[in-house]
Every structure is written in structure tokens, then in C-alpha cells.
Design a protein around this ligand. Structure first.
Ligand SMILES: O=C(O)CCC(=O)C(=O)O
Length: 290
């Protein structure tokens, strides 16, 4: 046993006896030169378009699994009133798992985030004809620490249909991950790039990069999926969502419910299946008899 009692030594400690930390071995499964090339572009420009990550068979499987799940349209201009979204995807189908854990994506995440990063969001996004451009935003814009700062998340948008400028391919502003607290101005908007790519390709970008779904001026929907990942420290220390059963959480006061995670920060951080998490307590709430 080491006699190093420093905090650094504590942070590096394997504190769990049974379940040791696991690491992705993705780096061993990808072409190292290609990985370095992608990584260089990500760090310099904030994004990289990676072609041909999925086979046609995988694309077909994803499409046939998600299309039947597409339903209502977005409820506001950010979700997109002509955009269909599927949240909580893994509760409904595992079809997107090969994207979420694609070796090239994990290898990039291993390089840009700290170990034990988390899946922060997984959505299917189907932009219908006539949809306007989504407001540009940075995915970790909810982090209330002034920019410029290091990103605390990274994201992918996967083309299930070919992405073209006309059908709403993801739009990004190269280099905007370095910006301070500014909003995109007219000159910045002129520098927007549409990520045109074939089905089965993905754009990988840092959480501080300004981007958004494009306007769909074509006559066909644009089917896509996004997987977003965040640093493992973006969460409470105790995982109350797993340890406190729903029926017990339902008995707690409003203040406690909010602090256990039955609350939303900003427009949607902490949502469950695209909705307020208190909805899942509803079956457990005792009727108020007074
Ligand atoms: O659909 C896209 O291309 C990007 C969507 C996006 O950035 C979002 O919904 O946060």
C-alpha cells in the first residue's frame, strides 16, 4: 500500500473493490493515423465529418427500427415544429447502440474527454420538409461557466439519410468552439458550413462549437440520430435516481424531490423521455384527500 496521502493520490485510487474502472479499448480497434487526423481537425476547427462509419445493412436496420417510433413533432422552435424527435431511445430500441459505441467515436472521446465520460443524450431527429433552420447553439451552453473555456461535452450527429444543404444537414461554424461569450454575428453566419455527408457518416464536434439543424427546403425528410457525451463529473456524487425507489421519492417534499433530480435545469437538462421527470412519479403520488 502506498503511503501517499495526497488528494491527487486519492483521486487516482481504485475505491471500488468489486467493479474496477473500465476503459474503452477503442484506440486499438481503429487506424491510428486516421484517428490522429480526425483529432487534429476536431481540436483546430471544433468538428470533423467522418465518412462511411456504418454499413448499408446497419443503416437499414436503424431505419426500420426507428421509423415506426416517429410520432409527434417538436413543441417549440428549438425542437422544431416540423421536426420529429425520439428521446430515451435505448428504452425503446438498441438499434442505435452500434453508433453510440462506434470504435472511431469512442477513440475520439477517449482523446478529448476524461475517463468515465457519460452518454448525455441520444435522440433520433427527423427534420421534415419546410422546417426552418434551428437556432444555432453550443451543446454545453447550459454550463454556466464563462467562455472561452474547455468543452465539457462532445457530440455526434449521424446521417441516416444523406445530408445535403437543402434537406437540413447539420450546420456548424468552424472554429466557434474557441469563442468567448459572444453570439454569432452576421459575418459568422456567412461562415456557416453545412455538413454534407452520405448516410452512415457522422459529424463529431466539441460541446462548445456553435451548430444547429439546417433548414429543410427539399421535399423529403432528413433522418438522423445524435449521441452526445459529457464528462463524468457533470452529475451529483450520489446516483439518487438509481438508489431511491420511485415510490419513496414520491413521498418526499417538493424541495427534496427537486434535489433528487425530479426537476429540470434550463430548458431541458434532466428530462426523461423528452418530458419533465416528475411525470414518472405520478403513478406513485397519493391523492390529496383534503
Ligand atoms: O439535427 C441536427 O442536425 C442537429 C440538431 C441539434 O443540434 C440539436 O437538436 O441540438
Amino acid at each position: 500500500m502506498s503511503d501517499d496521502r495526497s488528494l491527487d493520490a486519492y483521486h487516482a485510487l481504485e475505491t471500488a473493490n468489486k467493479y474496477k474502472k473500465t476503459h474503452s479499448n477503442a484506440g486499438e480497434r481503429v487506424d491510428p493515423d486516421l484517428l490522429q487526423q480526425y483529432l487534429k481537425q476536431v481540436l483546430e476547427e471544433g468538428y470533423v465529418v467522418i465518412p462511411d462509419l456504418l454499413s448499408q445493412e446497419q443503416i437499414d436496420l436503424i431505419r426500420s427500427a426507428v421509423e415506426p417510433l416517429l410520432g409527434h413533432r417538436g413543441r417549440n422552435f428549438f425542437e422544431g415544429e416540423l421536426t420529429q424527435r425520439i428521446y430515451s431511445v435505448m428504452a425503446k430500441t438498441f438499434a442505435l447502440n452500434p453508433m453510440v459505441e462506434h470504435p472511431m467515436i469512442l477513440a475520439l472521446l477517449d482523446a478529448v474527454l476524461m475517463p468515465s465520460y457519460l452518454l448525455s443524450q441520444l435522440q433520433v431527429i427527423n427534420i421534415l420538409p419546410g422546417e426552418q433552420q434551428q437556432p444555432l447553439h453550443a451543446d454545453d451552453g447550459y454550463v454556466q461557466i464563462p467562455r472561452p473555456r474547455k468543452f465539457v461535452s462532445a457530440a455526434t450527429v449521424w446521417a441516416i439519410d444523406d445530408f445535403r444543404e437543402e434537406n437540413g444537414g447539420t450546420t456548424i461554424i468552424p472554429g466557434s468552439h474557441h469563442w468567448g461569450d459572444k453570439q454569432p454575428g452576421e459575418d459568422d453566419l456567412k461562415r456557416q458550413v453545412s455538413c454534407e455527408m452520405k448516410a452512415g457518416s457522422a459529424v463529431f464536434f466539441l460541446g462548445t462549437l456553435w451548430h444547429g439543424g439546417g433548414a429543410n427546403v427539399s421535399d423529403q425528410p432528413r433522418l438522423a440520430a445524435t449521441a452526445q457525451y459529457c464528462e463524468g463529473f457533470i452529475r451529483p456524487q450520489e446516483n439518487f435516481s438509481l438508489s431511491v425507489p420511485l415510490e419513496r421519492a414520491a413521498q418526499c417534499s417538493e424541495d427534496i424531490k427537486r434535489m433528487l433530480g425530479y426537476s429540470i435545469f434550463g430548458p431541458f437538462m434532466g428530462m426523461v423521455d423528452g418530458k419533465h421527470p416528475k411525470r414518472i412519479l405520478e403513478p406513485y403520488l397519493k391523492p390529496n384527500l383534503s
